[in-house]
Design a protein around this ligand. Structure first.
Ligand SMILES: Nc1nc2c(ncn2[C@@H]2O[C@H](COP(=O)(O)OP(=O)(O)OP(=O)(O)O)[C@@H](O)[C@H]2O)c(=O)[nH]1
Ligand SMILES: [Mg+2]
Length: 202
């Protein structure tokens, strides 16, 4: 079933570091994660048809924080910092890990969206992120970005390789995406909506 999600409102709520800063309303949260330059801002914009989200997330100082956006007054998108930058100090990596580990214990998270570049085999950082989600029992939707860069044959073969490398759990979905063709736009929304709805009913 494909559900057409209507975006009525998008509000930037807060940039958080520790749990004291998270919103306290218990609304469901969908977390977006991926390597730097994977296309995370483009993807979130494409889902929301809203430029403001990416602008906030790229404001200097906010890019290293957890950014909470309230969608339709009903659930949150949480944009977490991109990983895998070159020239990042050990201290910064440790701070990132502490922040993410604390955040992923938040019971309001109903789905993690992990973005991977369809042209690349997931590396150690990607695997670590995926394993964080699995260790915390968080359902994950894998989105393979920039799919317009490959032919259909290449896409098929990359999806297979990426699935193998991740050792994808049966409960986890994988979808290709492109901001140019918007392929699977409705399917992505269907997964997000299913996640925030099913948790509401528990
Ligand atoms: N062809 C193509 N290019 C894309 C697509 N998605 C993103 N890009 C390009 O990839 C580059 C990085 O995109 P961003 O959305 O800024 O990536 P990001 O993950 O938010 O990057 P950082 O916030 O800097 O870590 C930009 O030049 C985008 O235009 C896509 O689906 N197709
Ligand atoms: Mg970005």
């Amino acid at each position: 079933m494909v559900v057409k999600m209507k975006i009525k409102s998008v509000k930037f709520v807060i940039s958080a570091v520790t749990k004291e800063n998270y919103p306290k309303d218990n609304l469901q949260q969908v977390v977006f994660s991926g390597r730097s330059n994977v296309g995370k801002s483009s993807f979130i914009n494409s889902l929301l048809n809203n430029k403001n989200v990416a602008r906030v997330s790229q404001t200097p100082g906010k890019t290293r924080l957890l950014n909470f956006f309230l969608i339709n007054e009903d659930f949150y998108f949480v944009d977490i910092p991109g990983y895998g930058y070159a020239n990042v100090s050990k201290t910064q990596i440790e701070q990132f890990a502490i922040m993410i580990e604390e955040y992923l214990q938040n019971p309001a998270i109903s789905l993690a969206v992990l973005l991977l570049d369809i042209r690349r085999i997931p590396n150690q950082d990607d695997l670590l992120m995926y394993h964080y989600f699995k260790a915390m029992n968080i359902n994950t939707l894998i989105v393979l970005t920039k799919s317009d860069k490959l032919s259909n044959n290449q896409k098929y073969s990359q999806v297979k390789k990426i699935k193998n490398q991740l050792n994808l759990a049966v409960s986890d979905q994988i979808l290709t995406y492109s901001i140019k063709t918007k392929e699977h736009h409705d399917e992505v929304w269907s997964e997000l909506e299913k996640a925030v709805m099913s948790k509401d009913e528990e």
